[in-house]
Design a protein around this ligand. Structure first.
Ligand SMILES: C[S@@+](CC[C@H](N)C(=O)[O-])C[C@H]1O[C@@H](n2cnc3c(N)ncnc32)[C@H](O)[C@@H]1O
Length: 257
């Protein structure tokens, strides 16, 4: 049996790595890193976390090549994602068996919190379900981007007794779904925030939260969204990638709180 540690490391600020996460880094026998084109900056961040916090000596790193991601062009999105996850589980399972001795621990570092829009944990659960490489899964929670956002704007995530929806941006292009007045928009690949119907909605927006490049804007969506679009475009061109998140809050009876 091998342990698989899935450790949340926060979403950009080095001090968001918890004491529990630091302990887990010291228990690992190998770090498994998925190589993603265009995400070299995040891979460097992960290595910096190991270099800064691990005291148990050098940690071998195993690079996992990601299978091709076909679903942007595949007509059957769900089937394409399921096939991709199976291929990943098979490759990752083999890599764990090769890199980690029986009784040892494999380490995955997850951006933010491992349970929020992170495929790592689903793939690790798939390895467990396949059963060909017996593993025991341990998850260490991390500071997610949505909590970094609400902290930086000093706003509560929810209003009293009301629900919150967390959604990929591509599902929000027609606006906030009925009955959802507090919506967290993530994974905005195509700048969907710029075209969401803005009437009566306030936005709390942040990009590269916790890093030296952090950007924050808040206000009525109709007033600030051009400014957000400009900042997004300029920063994405300069850095080569964009990570942003927004809390959209519909005024209910004129009230934001
Ligand atoms: C693949 S998801 C990972 C989420 C992560 N597990 C978490 O707990 O925040 C990536 C999305 O998270 C958001 N995100 C992650 N880090 C961020 C940061 N430092 N600043 C702003 N948004 C961030 C963006 O919406 C980005 O598209």
């Amino acid at each position: 049996m091998r342990r698989v540690l899935v450790v949340g490391v926060g979403c950009g600020h080095p001090d968001q790595v918890t004491v529990q996460a630091v302990r887990a880094l010291d228990e690992a026998d190998a770090l498994l890193v998925v190589r993603k084109e265009g995400r070299e900056a995040l891979a460097a961040e992960r290595q910096a976390i190991i270099d800064r916090h691990r005291t148990a000596g050098p940690l071998p790193t195993v690079a996992l090549e990601d299978p091709h991601r076909p679903w942007r062009t595949d007509p059957d999105y769900d089937a394409a994602v399921a096939r991709w996850q199976e291929q990943r589980a098979e490759r990752w399972g083999r890599a764990i068996a090769d890199a980690v001795p029986d009784g040892g621990a494999a380490l995955f570092l997850a951006w933010g919190d491992p349970s929020l829009y992170e495929s790592t944990l689903s793939i690790v659960r798939e390895i467990d379900a396949r059963g060909d490489v017996p593993i025991e899964i341990e998850v260490i929670p991390g500071v997610s981007a949505l909590h970094a956002l609400t902290a930086r704007h000093a706003v509560p995530l929810n209003r009293v007794g009301r629900p919150v929806l967390v959604s990929p941006a591509r599902l929000l292009t027609d606006g906030l779904p009925d009955g959802n007045d507090d919506v967290v928009l993530m994974l905005d690949v195509h700048g969907a925030l710029a075209s969401i119907p803005a009437d009566g909605i306030d936005v709390y927006w942040g990009a590269y939260l916790g890093t030296d490049d952090e950007l924050l804007v808040s206000g009525p969506l109709a007033d600030v969204r051009d400014r957000i679009a400009e900042l997004r475009e300029e920063a994405a061109a300069r850095k080569g990638w964009m990570f942003d998140i927004a809390l959209l809050r519909r005024r209910v009876d004129g009230a934001a709180w």
